[in-house]
Every structure is written in structure tokens, then in C-alpha cells.
Design a protein around this ligand. Structure first.
Ligand code: DHB
Length: 390
């Protein structure tokens, strides 16, 4: 197969990139090892920054971000039972949208398939060759085990945290800047109406909980747990007890729990984001801990920067923007890394926390929420910085 850009991964990053490239008259082939049904049913993140929602609206006349998704004008930070609302529009004139990633993916898959995109499911990328030449290749294998090659002018790794493209770009899969955390999230999905109008990020004597939503009928909630926790070890009653204890001030509306999982926390940025004619975007390039809801938004921001650079390179032969890609993307990535780390550290209770640490942490939270400057900082970061720095 011959194309201009070989995109490994049909998540939000890969699909949006294929659209933006097409708008510049650049052809691409997108492959993903999952089936379309898998992609459309995997429950992942839920919050879109204003810029992500705006981009989806701009590129997709049929996006359901404004019908199925819901605008949220604020979040609550709860400190030992005290409610503190961060009001986004009054602070920064922006909002966020609660729109589950798999719903966004249904829209994007329909958009790209409708546009005639060469999009192949059940295809595994085995390796990338000749990234240092003008004709890099992806060696891939289809669902029947037959191998084939995609000859391209550029290869993009949009293939998530176990990226096959990353070793070629960064030197090795694990090559990068890395941090682990001594806690995880116990996440549930349940059939119940919302317990609150907006998301609640709660720091309590018993640790952290996040009360999120999926729809009027389905709710998503998390509480801090030990990373070694077996999700099946707790009864539903124990889960509700753990959640209720961590959100003093709210009586959660309980309902049948139909999914449970334990999410590990990591921060990671690959050592290099581009090498020759190959680049990384999204989770292939970085991982953030979930507090702050940056993951998918960061992937979209990478893609906006890369799409421009590929247009300059492949349409005009201008290498300046692609030479700047890693630097430009990194600036925003490290701001998001900081915000995700900070929200995580400020809201969770470390297993070895002393009384001093807990009191200092409550002081930190209050110093932020009782200050308009502090609330503005959170609102700016949460609703998202501009995609391309001025
Ligand atoms: C959700 C996840 C997050 O990490 C977050 O900060 C907000 C919401 C969610 O899954 O709904």
C-alpha cells in the first residue's frame, strides 16, 4: 500500500489527524489492531476541553457533542466536606463538555468512513522501518495473519501507551521521563441518576473520590485505592461505603454497579517525539494520571500541531514546522503533566502521609480555592490552554 501518511491507531488522535490531513489534500491510511466494535465500546475518559469540543464541532457537522454531551460550567473541589465551586465562564469565559470518549469515537469513525478514508481494523503494526529515510514503512499484519507494507512519506504513532512506533522514535519503548504514584483509582459505572449537577473532586480524611457522570441514567465514580486492589474483592455495599465516606456532605444516589476497574496512575513523556519521518502523538507520546482529565485533550492538541507541520512538509517541502514539532508539543505536554501531577498530589492522600502532610494539603487546597487567582489558574488549565501557542 502506498500513501503519504501512515497512521497507526484509530483513536481520537489518529482519526482527527486523518481528517485534518485530508483537508490539506494529504492522503493517509489508518490501521488499528482492534475491531470497530471494540473501539466504540471501550469506556475511557469523559471530559472535553473547550478547544476539543470546538474542534469536533468544526470538523464534524454530525457531532453529538452538543446533544448527547453536556456542557459543564464548573467543577466542585470539596475539602473535608466544604464545597468550593470553580466557575469556569466567570473566571475564563470557557467551559468543558462531558462527552464520553467512545461516543466521540463513534462520531469520528462515521465521519471518516463516510469520507472514504482508508481505515483498516484488525490490523496489527509489527514494526516501522526506514524512519531515517524519505520513505518510511509500516510492516503490518491483517486479521488473517497476512503481512503487508505501508510505504509512506511519514509515519505517525497514534497507537496508545503500548505504541509500536515509540521504540523507533524514542530509542526504546520505555525511554522517557517517568513517574509512578502510590495509589490508583477504583472506578465504577452504575445505573443511577446523578448525585450532583457537576463533577465533585473530593479530598477527605479517608482519601480522594471523584463523582463523575456519563448520562442521566449512568454514573461514573472513583475512589482512591491501593494499586494492588483486586476490583472483584469488594462487595457492592463495601464500594458504596468507601465512596460515601470520601464525599462527606453528599448522599450518593446508589444503583446497580455494572462495571468496575482499577486504574493505575503514571506520568510519562517519551524521550523523543519525532525522529526523521516518524512522530508520536497522544498516549504513544505521553501518559498523565487521570485527575484533571487531560489525556484525550492532550492527544488532540498534539494532532493539531502535527497536522500543520505535515502540511508544510508534504505540501510545500518546508521542514521548519516539523523540526519544531517536538518542542512546540512538549511545551503544552509539560504544562498538562504539571497540572495532572498537581491535581493528583493535592487531592489524594499518600499512604505514608503524616498529620503535618494532611494539614498542609488542606492549606494548599484552601489557598487555591479561596483565591480568585487560584481558581482562575485551575479554570484555565481545566478548560484547556490554546492548542497552538501564540
Ligand atoms: C472523568 C475522569 C477524570 O479523570 C476526570 O478528571 C473527570 C472525569 C470521567 O471518567 O468521567
Amino acid at each position: 500500500v502506498r500513501t503519504q501518511v501512515a497512521i497507526v491507531g484509530a483513536g481520537p488522535a489518529g482519526l482527527i489527524l486523518s481528517h485534518l490531513l485530508e483537508q490539506s489534500g494529504i492522503s493517509s491510511v489508518v490501521i488499528d489492531q482492534r475491531t470497530r466494535t471494540d473501539i466504540e465500546s471501550t469506556i475511557r475518559a469523559g471530559i472535553l476541553e473547550q478547544g476539543t469540543a470546538d474542534l469536533l464541532t468544526e470538523i464534524d457537522p454530525n457531532t453529538r457533542v452538543h446533544s448527547v454531551g453536556q456542557r459543564h460550567d464548573g467543577i466542585e473541589l470539596r475539602i473535608h466536606g466544604e464545597p468550593h465551586r470553580i466557575d469556569f465562564p466567570s473566571l475564563v469565559g470557557r467551559s468543558v463538555w462531558l462527552y464520553p470518549q467512545h461516543e466521540a469515537l463513534k462520531d469520528l469513525l462515521a465521519l471518516r468512513i463516510g469520507a472514504g478514508q482508508d481505515l483498516r481494523f484488525g490490523v496489527t503494526a509489527l514494526r516501522v522501518e526506514d524512519a531515517d529515510t524519505l520513505r518510511p514503512r509500516v510492516i503490518a499484519q491483517d486479521a488473517d495473519g497476512a503481512s503487508f507494507e505501508i510505504d509512506a512519506d511519514f509515519v505517525v504513532g497514534a497507537d496508545g501507551s503500548r505504541s509500536v512506533v515509540r521504540p523507533v522514535v524514542a530509542g526504546a519503548s520505555s525511554e522517557g521521563y517517568f513517574r509512578e504514584y502510590p495509589f490508583a483509582w477504583f472506578g465504577i459505572l452504575c445505573d443511577a441518576p446523578p448525585s450532583a449537577d457537576e463533577l465533585i473532586y473530593s479530598n477527605s480524611a479517608d482519601g480522594f473520590a471523584l463523582i463523575s457522570q456519563r448520562s442521566a441514567e449512568v454514573q461514573r465514580m472513583y475512589f482512591q485505592c491501593d494499586p494492588a486492589t483486586d476490583p472483584n474483592a469488594l462487595s457492592e455495599a463495601q464500594i458504596w461505603q468507601a465512596l460515601q465516606a470520601r464525599v462527606p456532605g453528599t448522599t450518593l444516589v446508589e444503583g446497580p454497579i455494572f462495571q468496575r476497574d482499577v486504574l493505575r496512575f503514571r506520568s510519562f513523556v517519551a524521550r523523543e517525539l519525532r525522529r526523521g519521518r516518524a512522530a508520536l502523538v497522544g498516549d504513544a507520546a505521553h501518559t498523565v494520571p487521570p485527575t484533571g482529565a487531560k489525556g484525550m485533550n492532550l492527544a488532540v492538541a498534539d494532532v493539531v500541531i502535527l497536522a500543520r507541520a505535515l502540511d508544510a512538509l508534504l505540501t510545500d517541502g518546508d521542514e521548519r514546522l516539523i523540526d519544531d514539532y517536538a518542542e512546540l508539543a512538549s511545551r503544552r505536554i509539560w504544562k498538562a503533566q504539571h497540572f495532572s501531577w498537581w491535581m493528583t498530589s493535592m487531592l489524594h492522600t499518600a499512604p505514608d502521609a503524616t498529620d503535618f502532610d494532611r494539614r498542609r494539603q488542606a492549606g494548599e487546597l484552601r489557598s487555591v480555592v479561596e483565591s480568585e487567582a487560584g481558581r482562575t489558574f485551575i479554570a484555565e488549565a481545566y478548560t484547556g490552554w490554546p492548542f497552538v501557542a501564540a
